[in-house]
Design a protein around this ligand. Structure first.
Ligand code: ADP
Ligand code: MG
Length: 358
């Protein structure tokens, strides 16, 4: 493996009493699509601004390919940036907007011309070169902002919620485009979003932030299937949480209990403190059956139809209400409020939660 392009060590940013970033350690690999994901106020923009050089750190350091850039001004770092708003220069044409970073860098006119054409092509906006920003839709403006950020061939592109102002359908289209642009250019992308679907679908790696701290990082499916704590399990998708007594342990296999019913939990490496486990269980990992068919019995409280799936809320004396997600094309129980049902899951469906860092 090559050396990381960026190494962030113990990055801390204080605004008065607020720790916007709290001892963040992070490496960014050359060419990867890295996403910073977290709720509003978790420190995503602060971390991106620190990387860009706009928000000097209170403590810690940032290295670019082994060179300390902690105190270097933004213009020396030469990173491309795309922000949430469209932030195009309103009095310049599309062409001049894209040419601007190149003019600032005093590139020759012939090169600028070529580069502008090339970047317009990258975002499929060749026909818009002479328009003003006000004559374009939000999605079109954001494409131009992207072209402008890429025009000077930055080694790193920083994107702060670039799609959040767009409607759902357009956002989904642009997610595909951004991802394929990343894959074809090989530029390192650091992408900020609070949208978990966006993070999971686009990224090589996701870093989850809360209160200025990294909660967990990893490839999307590892994070989704093995969330470390309750915050991650809850933020990334939906989960049911259960505090259940442990009745036995043999290697990685634990036996837990719901009332009188015992069931196995495969928990490789899980640290069990005390005799109660906090388990997370994804709604789509629970099977719904006729009464007596599955492990536990309950009653359907509510059903919510979502097209490809339906969400079923099931009451159970000990662990209910429990959320179950069922594919609507599946045969079997047709869920309806008031119906008695049974439900169960496989031994690898539950994930043991760690306590969140204090
Ligand atoms: P996010 O982008 O994840 O929504 P931010 O990085 O913008 O979060 O903010 C992280 C925390 O730092 C928040 O509590 C926010 O209020 C605070 N913060 C950010 N910028 C400033 C600032 N310029 N002055 C004071 N507090 C700030
Ligand atoms: Mg932000």
């Amino acid at each position: 493996m090559t050396d990381p392009i960026l190494t962030i060590s113990r990055a801390t940013k204080r605004y008065g009493p607020v720790h916007a970033l709290d001892r963040v350690d992070l490496t960014v690999e050359e060419g990867e699509f890295l996403t910073l994901l977290g709720p509003s106020g978790s420190g995503k923009t602060t971390l991106l601004s620190a990387i860009a050089g706009f928000a000097p750190l209170s403590e810690g350091r940032i290295d670019l390919r082994g060179r300390d850039i902690t105190s270097e001004p933004p213009e020396h770092r030469d990173f491309g940036m795309v922000f949430q708003g469209y932030a195009l220069f309103p009095t310049m044409t599309v062409r001049d907007n894209i040419a601007f970073p190149l003019k600032v860098r005093k590139r020759p006119a012939s090169e600028i011309k070529k580069r502008v054409e090339y970047c317009l092509g990258l975002v499929q906006m060749e026909d818009f070169a002479d328009r003003m920003p006000s004559q374009m839709s939000g999605g079109q403006q954001q494409r131009i902002a992207l072209a402008r950020a890429l025009s000077f061939e930055p080694q790193v592109l920083l994107l702060d919620e670039p799609l959040s102002a767009l409607d759902k359908k357009l956002r989904a289209d642009l997610q595909w485009e951004l991802k394929s642009l990343h894959d074809s250019l090989g530029v390192t992308f650091i992408y900020v979003t609070h949208d978990q679907d966006e993070a999971l679908s686009m990224s090589d790696r996701v870093v989850i932030l809360k209160d200025g701290r990294i909660q967990q990082q990893g490839v999307p499916d590892a994070l989704y299937n093995h969330p470390r704590n309750r915050f991650v399990a809850d933020f990334l998708g939906k989960s049911n949480f259960m505090d259940l007594p442990v009745r036995g342990r043999e290697g990685d296999a634990l036996t837990c209990a719901v009332g009188d019913t015992q069931f196995p939990v495969e928990a490789p490496g899980a640290e069990v403190r005390g005799d109660v486990l906090n388990l997370a269980l994804r709604p789509e990992r629970i099977r719904l059956g006729a009464p007596g068919e599955e492990m536990l019995d309950g009653t359907i409280r509510q059903v919510s139809y979502l097209g490809e799936r339906c969400l079923v809320m099931v009451d159970h004396d000990v662990i209910g209400p429990l959320l179950i997600s069922q594919a609507t094309w599946k045969e079997g129980v047709t869920p309806r409020a008031g119906l008695p049902v049974s439900f169960g899951w496989d031994s690898d469906a539950c994930v043991v939660m760690e306590a969140e860092p204090a």
